[in-house]
Design a protein around this ligand. Sequence first.
Ligand code: XMP
Ligand code: MG
Length: 191
Amino acid sequence: MADGSWYDTDIDHVIISEQQIRDKIDELAKQVSVDHTDADGGILLVCVLKGAVMFMADFARALGKHGPSTEMEFMAVSSYGQGTTSSGVVRILKDLDRDITGRHVLVVEDIVDSGLTLSWLMKYLESRQPASVEVVALFRKPDAVKVQVPVRYVGFDIPSEFVVGYGLDFSERYRELPYVGVLKPEVYARS
Ligand code: XMP
Ligand code: MG
C-alpha cells in the first residue's frame, strides 16, 4: 500500500482512496448547498458516532465554504457488537443535546448497510418535529436497497464486504486510516 504506515500491512486492498473521498465530499457539499440555499435557520448536522466522525469533520468544513450555515449535534447509537454482523438491536448511547423542533436536520452517516440503524434513527428524529430530516451517507452497501430508507445523498456504493478506515472500525481499530479498505483474512483470525 501507499506509504508504509503500520496499518497498511493489515489491509488486503483499498476500496476507496483518500483522494476519491476528498473529491466526493466536495461534490456532496456543493450539492447539499445548492439544495438548501433557503434553509431557514441553516442546517443542523447530526453526526452518528463513532463511524461518521471523519466524514462529519471534513463534510462540515466543505459545506462551510458554500453555505448555508451549519450547527453540529452528535448522537451515538449501537447496532453492531464487537464483530462485523448487525445485532439488529439499536441502542442510544448518546442522545441529542438539544431540541430539534422546526430545524432542518441532516443526518451524517458513515455507511448504510441493512438500513436498520438509519430507519430506526429517522423515526426517532421525526418524532421530535423537525422541519425536515434528510440523510447524507458516505458509503452504501447493496443490502441497503432491501429496507426503505430515503438516503438523499450517497457518496459511494461499495461491495457488500466488511470495510475499515475513514472512521470505520474493526473492534475499535483502523478508524484513522485515510482511505477505506478490506482487512486481510488473517487479521480476523488473530483477533
Ligand atoms: P445497518 O445494517 O443498520 O448498519 O445499516 C449500519 C451501521 O453498521 C456499521 N457498519 C459497518 N462498520 N464496517 C464498519 O466498520 C462496515 O463494513 C460496516 N457496515 C456497517 C456502521 O456503524 C453503520 O452505521
Ligand atoms: Mg462500527
